[in-house]
Design a protein around this ligand. Structure first.
Ligand SMILES: Cc1cc2nc3c(=O)[nH]c(=O)nc-3n(C[C@H](O)[C@H](O)[C@H](O)COP(=O)(O)O)c2cc1C
Length: 202
């Protein structure tokens, strides 16, 4: 079997957060499945999400060389067959550090703007953690908005057709003792990851 590489992107400031713990489960699951896993912890690597002049697209030059940081991140993204992004839902969207990573790295001429997109053929799993209950999140349609943004607005726009968005709801303890609440969520997340990563690698 050819070597398989995964890029696991984590967007949370606290290493012992539920987000980080679920990302670690994803890393284990990918490694068990034979992937070489490149863990990109955006906070630990002190990724700067602010757009710079150097990283602004030049619409007349799709072969533009971007900043050294961005070019290095592009190489990590290009090397991955499977991309897994684990993040908390903040204001119904992506945390700023993750949004900035998309802004700077998923850039013109690399991620989009070519007849044959360079990211085509990759798989991506967006695994988001939401504080709201499933009913509070889905009744007003927030799930559809977020899923559309991530699948259509980003993934498929960049040629990644195999894109899945999965949301784990009710992450904020609500009367239940925190330890028990987190243990239950980790059990759910484990089962979800098994289904999602097995499904996405067939
Ligand atoms: C700045 C901020 C914004 C948030 N916005 C939302 C939101 O829009 N919808 C939601 O369901 N939860 C929201 N939450 C709750 C987080 O999704 C929740 O704290 C997270 O999933 C828990 O995972 P963690 O323990 O790893 O942080 C927000 C939390 C923070 C800190």
């Amino acid at each position: 079997m050819p070597a398989r590489n995964a890029l696991l992107v984590v967007a949370h400031p606290r290493p012992d957060s539920l987000t980080a713990r679920i990302a670690d489960r994803a890393r284990e699951r990918l490694a068990d499945d034979g992937f070489t896993v490149d863990v990109l912890d955006l906070h630990a690597e002190e990724f700067d999400p602010r757009m710079t002049t150097e990283d602004e697209p030049d619409w007349t030059d799709r072969d533009k060389t971007y900043s050294a940081t961005t070019e290095a991140h592009m190489r990590r993204l290009a090397a991955a067959d499977t991309i897994v992004v684990v993040f908390p839902v903040w204001w119904m969207g992506l945390p700023a550090i993750l949004k900035g990573w998309i802004d700077r790295v998923w850039n013109y001429g690399f991620a989009y703007g070519r007849g044959r997109p360079r990211l085509h053929g990759k798989r991506i799993l967006w695994f988001g953690l939401a504080g709201y209950s499933e009913d509070d999140f889905t009744s007003p349609g927030w799930d559809e908005l977020l899923k559309r943004q991530l699948t259509e607005g980003i993934s498929r726009f960049c040629g990644i057709d195999d894109a899945t968005v999965h949301l784990l709801y009710g992450t904020v303890p609500n009367g239940t003792p925190a330890a028990r609440h987190i243990a239950a969520l980790l059990t759910t997340a484990d089962a979800d990851l098994t289904t999602l990563l097995t499904k996405s690698t067939t």
